[in-house]
Design a protein around this ligand. Structure first.
Ligand code: ADP
Ligand code: MG
Length: 719
């Protein structure tokens, strides 16, 4: 009956029931006492269906709840403390007022011997019957002094039927849960409190006691108790730490299992290191590789020589020379009579790689095929048969190359450009394309978004990492400035002067069309510039929703300097390479991620001329301002990536979602780095001593790891 009503009868249900039999974690919430069908539905909307789900629904934060006090004490405490503390006052309602309007509110004055508190409820008509002059009760909520009045907004109201009812217990930490409008944190708290003792009695800890003792971690059941019903802040944190450790440990065990399985079950073609071959490859390239590039090439050549599949990540800023390294690896395969592929995330990029590599190898006997989704059927057929017969040595293309009908004669090396656009699943598909049933190709994944160490360890823990640091000889980083939008006239006047010197420019906007209100879009901005500041200049447009042929034509025209200014979305973020482009203006710069801004500006000044990047933005918060300043003041992509991660969190950055793995729910990269390193060590030791968790004692753990990550990581469940 009161199933949907919130603040009524709050006093019930919090006290712990006497120890009862453990409750199965798979038990449905619907089957719990005091949970009716409406509540069940409301829980289901939060994806909470079982007792186990409830246990895992850990608080997002805690609020300090002060012990009951009189109105004057609360007033004093409120005036001196800025903290979010919930106060409790007991008294009698004196006046009640209903204020109609769009958000109708109910106002009441609560008085005790010392003074008064104004209580305000929004949209709480159902409360009206219990709030009337003379009603006695306890109001609990955050108190504020507003216009001289002590006030609580939407306080919890507990009617006092019996004057002797006990004081609100001494101060405590109240868990705050992620909730919905219809199912408040408070109701969630009550249901969880109700089942907690019986639920944690069923919790099985899969981590051995010795290990926990070594790391100073509490048992799993205790950890759940600590997060849901902490005695103090320290306990809440200890509980959280243990749960975060579990999460990280499961992920690391999965990574280690994968590494183990790759080592034990998968073989790759061996391409022995040969000085003669290296000489030939280096002679092909139109420039001398830097020491940095050579060092990485040798790391790769070392991997290719072995029968263990290479699984390497190559990270380096835009323009750090990764493509040359990739070509080295591919030519190594070809020199050994095998095939290689390069996968790019977009058609534009695939075309560009194809053009660059074809040019590089034009005087060689290497036969190169391009394959993209937009190809004509007949052309596609030619490529497919050539790859199957071995008539083509190299293939460059998009994920179309991963299609089931694409068969290689002898694929030894696969390069994936821009990792974060390709997930773990694509890597798994690639593994099916090896030369024989038991052989998989060596893979090299390239990314221009350097991966912060925490992410590298967690989501790419199964990869070896090579980094190309620093700029190529003769390169300088783009000079970056931040400007307010009120000064954009100046910016475009200056841009015009660069065009008049024969240079070209990019103007990046956040939106493709007008659907995103308040943000500049490609078409409108191009038009506005053409009619105003950039009148008379040749302005082109580029965005991700154009047809393939169209966007190619635009890029080609820009490359041939038939377009002065290209107004575009972030499609140009990855890899578009035009030597004569020296200026980039980014509108609404605060809309973009730091790593993305850094990538974008790497597109200018690539032809030996100084590049300039102007970030136009009106940051409204200190953090937003700090981000723009940071990008203007740093040229080191690795540093920027770390900062981006700290400011935005891993979900936003990339990682979980884009890597194809489930996201971490509890662990937090800005504070759990030591825990992560610990979990990684433990996983390595564990897998090192027991193989891929085949020890009988580890069976439940193995099942858990496989259920979490088995599919995403392509783990097999043999043995
Ligand atoms: P990335 O893929 O890391 O963005 P690229 O491999 O495309 O960088 O290199 C950027 C540009 O520098 C290309 O035009 C490439 O031909 C050139 N380049 C690469 N390595 C060298 C080198 N060692 N010396 C001179 N130019 C180089
Ligand atoms: Mg590149």
């Amino acid at each position: 009956m009161s199933d949907t009503q919130d603040n009524l009868a709050e006093g019930e249900g919090i006290s712990a029931p006497e120890p009862l039999a453990p409750i199965d974690l798979r038990e449905a919430i619907a089957a719990l006492d005091r949970v009716g069908p409406t509540t069940t539905l409301q829980f289901a909307r939060l994806a909470l269906r079982t007792v186990g789900d409830l246990l895992k629904h850990i608080p997002i934060r805690y609020e300090t709840e002060a012990a009951e006090a009189c109105a004057t004490e609360v007033r004093e405490a409120t005036e001196t403390s800025q903290d979010a503390v919930t106060r409790s006052v007991r008294g009698e309602i004196q006046k009640v007022r209903h204020v109609p309007g769009r958000r109708p509110r109910l106002e009441a004055v609560l008085a005790d011997e010392s003074g008064t508190v104004r209580l305000v409820w929004f949209n709480a008509t159902w409360l009206a019957k219990s709030i009337h002059p003379g009603a006695r009760g306890i109001a609990q909520g955050r108190a504020k002094v507003r216009a001289g009045y002590l006030e609580m907004t939407n306080p919890k109201w507990t009617p006092l039927l019996d004057e002797a009812s006990p004081l609100v217990h001494a101060g405590r930490l109240r868990p705050i849960y992620s909730a919905t409008e219809e199912l408040s944190s408070l109701r969630i708290e009550r249901v969880i409190a109700l089942v907690l003792p019986r639920a944690i009695a069923s919790v099985v800890d899969l981590v051995r006691g010795e290990l926990l003792a070594q790391r100073g971690l509490v048992g799993l059941a205790e950890a759940y108790r600590m997060v849901h019903a902490p005695g103090d802040a320290l306990e809440a944190e200890r509980g959280r730490t243990r749960l975060a450790y579990d999460e990280l440990l499961m992920l690391q065990l999965a990574m280690e299992m994968r590494r183990y399985q790759v080592r034990h079950a998968m073989r790759a073609p061996e391409l022995p290191v040969s000085k003669t071959i290296e000489k030939k490859i280096l002679a092909r390239l139109p420039f001398t590789l830097t020491e940095e590039q050579l060092r990485v090439c040798h790391e790769i050549a070392g991997d290719l020589a072995g029968s263990l599949p290479m699984n390497r990540l190559l990270q380096g800023d835009v323009g750090s020379g990764k493509t040359a390294v990739a070509v080295y690896a591919m030519l190594d395969a070809v020199a050994h009579g095998a095939q290689a592929v390069m996968l790019a995330p977009t058609e534009i990029l695939a075309e560009q790689h194809l053009a660059v590599i074809t040019k590089l190898l034009e005087k060689s006997h290497v036969r190169i095929a391009g394959l993209t989704g937009g190809m004509r059927v007949a052309d596609r057929a030619v490529v497919l048969s050539g790859l199957a017969s071995g008539d083509f040595d190299l293939a460059v293309g998009t994920h179309a190359l991963l299609g089931e009908d694409v068969v290689f004669k002898n694929l030894a090396v696969a390069i994936i450009d821009e990792q974060h656009r390709f997930g773990v699943e694509q890597r798994a598909t690639l593994r099916t394309k090896g030369p024989t049933k038991d052989q998989v190709p060596h893979t090299l994944v390239m990314t221009a978004t350097p991966i912060p160490r925490t992410l590298a360890l967690s989501f790419f823990g199964d990869l070896d990492i090579s980094s190309l640091r620093g700029l190529l000889p003769g390169r300088t980083a783009a000079t970056t400035r931040v400007m307010r939008s009120s000064r954009s006239d100046e910016v475009y006047t200056w841009l015009r002067s660069r065009i008049e010197r024969g240079e070209q420019a990019f103007v990046v906007v956040p939106a493709i069309d007008e659907s995103q209100r308040g943000l500049k879009d490609v078409a409108s901005h191009a038009l506005a510039l053409a009619e105003n500041q950039l009148r008379g200049l040749r302005i082109g447009q580029l965005h991700g929703r154009m047809k393939q042929g169209e966007s190619e034509a635009v890029m080609e025209a820009f490359r041939r300097n038939e377009i002065d200014v290209l107004v575009a979305t972030v499609v140009i973020e990855v890899g578009v390479d035009v030597a004569n482009a020296t200026v980039m203006v980014i509108e609404h710069a605060e809309q973009f991620g730091l790593a993305q801004l850094h990538q974008l500006r790497g597109r200018v000044g690539r032809g030996g001329k100084q590049g300039y990047c102007v970030l136009i933005g009106d940051p409204t918060t200190d953090v937003a301002q700090a981000r723009l300043d940071a990008i203007a003041n740093s040229t080191d992509g690795f540093e920027i990536a770390e900062l981006d991660l700290t400011l935005r969190g891993p979900g936003e950055f990339f990682g979980a979602r884009q890597s194809g793995l489930p996201p971490l729910r509890i662990a937090d990269f800005s504070r759990d780095i030591q825990l992560l390193i610990g979990a990684r060590e433990d996983a390595q030791t564990w897998i090192g001593s027991t193989g891929d968790l085949t020890d009988v004692r580890d069976r439940p753990l193995r099942r858990k790891v496989l259920s979490l990550y088995g599919q995403a990581l392509g783990l097999s469940d043999i043995g």
